[in-house]
Design a protein around this ligand. Structure first.
Ligand SMILES: *[C@@H]1O[C@H](CO)[C@@H](O)[C@H](O)[C@H]1NC(C)=O
Ligand SMILES: *[C@@H]1O[C@H](CO)[C@@H](O)[C@H](O)[C@H]1NC(C)=O
Ligand SMILES: *[C@@H]1O[C@H](CO)[C@@H](O)[C@H](O)[C@H]1NC(C)=O
Ligand SMILES: *[C@@H]1O[C@H](CO)[C@@H](O)[C@H](O)[C@H]1NC(C)=O
Ligand SMILES: *[C@@H]1O[C@H](CO)[C@@H](O)[C@H](O)[C@H]1NC(C)=O
Length: 344
């Protein structure tokens, strides 16, 4: 009798507890799915998936609102233990404007880092891949990839976030640049903005010319330029390595004794059915005078972190060195939650 009475109560409590946990926003880190530089987000009731362009400079997200627009919507993402998704969490009252879909990753209280991260854990970490999907984390400290829950976050190096130039939200200080181990004196210390909408890093003219000239020293045959690039090579002469074509590494020496080394996979873009490889930087020229901006091509294949609590930017360097990729987050629901899923 006693057993018979207690058992349904315990079951009921388990059910309520797991419901309550699933409905509590802001208490656990979340993971979302990126497709290229767009966040696949379930929005509204009933939830509909929209693809939102990541925008580090946007303060408020926007979506296609439909006939009866609102100023805020509920969104659904998975909670995460850092290794797997652990089940859906619904967050009400996330501010949106109407417009082409944008996931605002700016600093303000309306943007997603503030709305989706647990309190006092405003940390956004993402990994951009060239193909397939990859993860973005809100509030996660420790991140592990397949196989064997391999710790990836300990690979991060950090540099302070500095006061951003112009209309940008985030910037880092680049003290000098080396190509092939040789310091380029024409590249003066400066703040470089970070962007998730600029595809290829834009460099102020003297820095651009210095890096370009260093690459023009390559003995591989040059071919006609393919806009917007002006330094292109016959790809068949380039060869390949685990980290892309074997071109001189570009080392960004950052404030705080951090060095972000860019290898071929982040400096050379293949075009025209991969027959041509171009230096994947562009001259900022008149488009953003006086300002260099780190684009998404250069961030790809890295785990990248905006830590708003400690005001710092983190990057792992290319993950291929560690025999992993941005697609290696395990998207299978963790075992504990498929068990509670059985109750429903
Ligand atoms: C949570 O993760 C599972 C497994 O990857 C996925 O099927 C589901 O769509 C995710 N839910 C949300 C809200 O992202
Ligand atoms: C992915 O996670 C699931 C659930 O925890 C686990 O069973 C599986 O072994 C993991 N896969 C890999 C390749 O690590
Ligand atoms: C490029 O070649 C020129 C001329 O040979 C040389 O002076 C310069 O140091 C080289 N630059 C780099 C970065 O290798
Ligand atoms: C690249 O080199 C190959 C082999 O030498 C040659 O057949 C091809 O025409 C070259 N491509 C271009 C675009 O010059
Ligand atoms: C800078 O980093 C290098 C390599 O990680 C290390 O050997 C050196 O001691 C560091 N210098 C300072 C001032 O922290």
């Amino acid at each position: 009798m006693k057993m018979a009475n207690k058992f349904p109560v315990a079951l009921c409590c388990m059910l309520l507890c797991s419901l309550a946990a699933a409905a509590t926003p802001g208490s656990r880190p979340l993971v979302g799915e990126l497709i290229g530089t767009r966040l696949s987000l379930r929005i509204g009731t009933p939830p509909k998936t929209q693809l939102l362009q990541l925008d580090l400079d946007a303060r408020v997200s926007s979506i296609n609102c439909g006939p009866s627009p609102r100023s805020s919507y509920q969104v659904s993402l998975n909670a995460t233990d850092g290794s797997n998704p652990t089940g859906p969490v619904t967050i009400p009252g996330v501010p949106f404007k109407c417009g082409s879909p944008v996931a605002a990753l700016g600093r303000g209280s309306q943007a997603l880092p503030a709305r989706l991260s647990p309190r006092n854990k405003k940390i956004v970490t993402y990994c951009l891949s060239q193909q397939g999907s990859s993860p973005i984390f809100f509030g996660a400290q420790d991140i592990n990839f397949m196989p064997n829950k391999r710790p990836i976050s300990p690979l991060l190096q950090y540099t302070p976030l500095v006061s951003p130039p112009a209309r940008h939200s985030y910037a880092i200080r680049v003290n000098s640049v080396r190509v092939n181990g040789q310091r380029l004196p024409a590249v003066k210390p400066a703040a470089w903005a970070l962007s998730s909408t600029v595809p290829y890093t834009r460099l102020v003219t003297p820095a651009y010319v210095a890096i370009r000239d260093a690459f023009r020293n390559l003995t591989v045959p040059r071919v006609a330029p393919v806009a917007p690039f002006d330094t292109c090579f016959n790809a068949s002469g380039l060869g390949s390595t685990r980290v892309g074509p074997p071109v001189p590494p570009v080392e960004l020496q950052l404030e705080g004794n951090a060095t972000w080394t860019l290898f071929g996979a982040n400096t050379m873009v293949f075009l025209k059915d991969s027959t041509v490889a171009c230096l994947a930087f562009v001259d900022a020229g008149s488009s953003s005078p006086g300002l260099s901006v780190v684009g998404t091509f250069q961030q790809m294949h890295n785990l990248v972190r905006l830590d708003l609590e400690k005001q710092r930017f983190g990057f792992t360097g290319i993950l291929f060195f560690y025999q992993t990729t941005c697609s290696n987050f395990n998207t299978t629901l963790a075992a504990q939650n498929s068990a509670s899923g059985l109750i429903f």
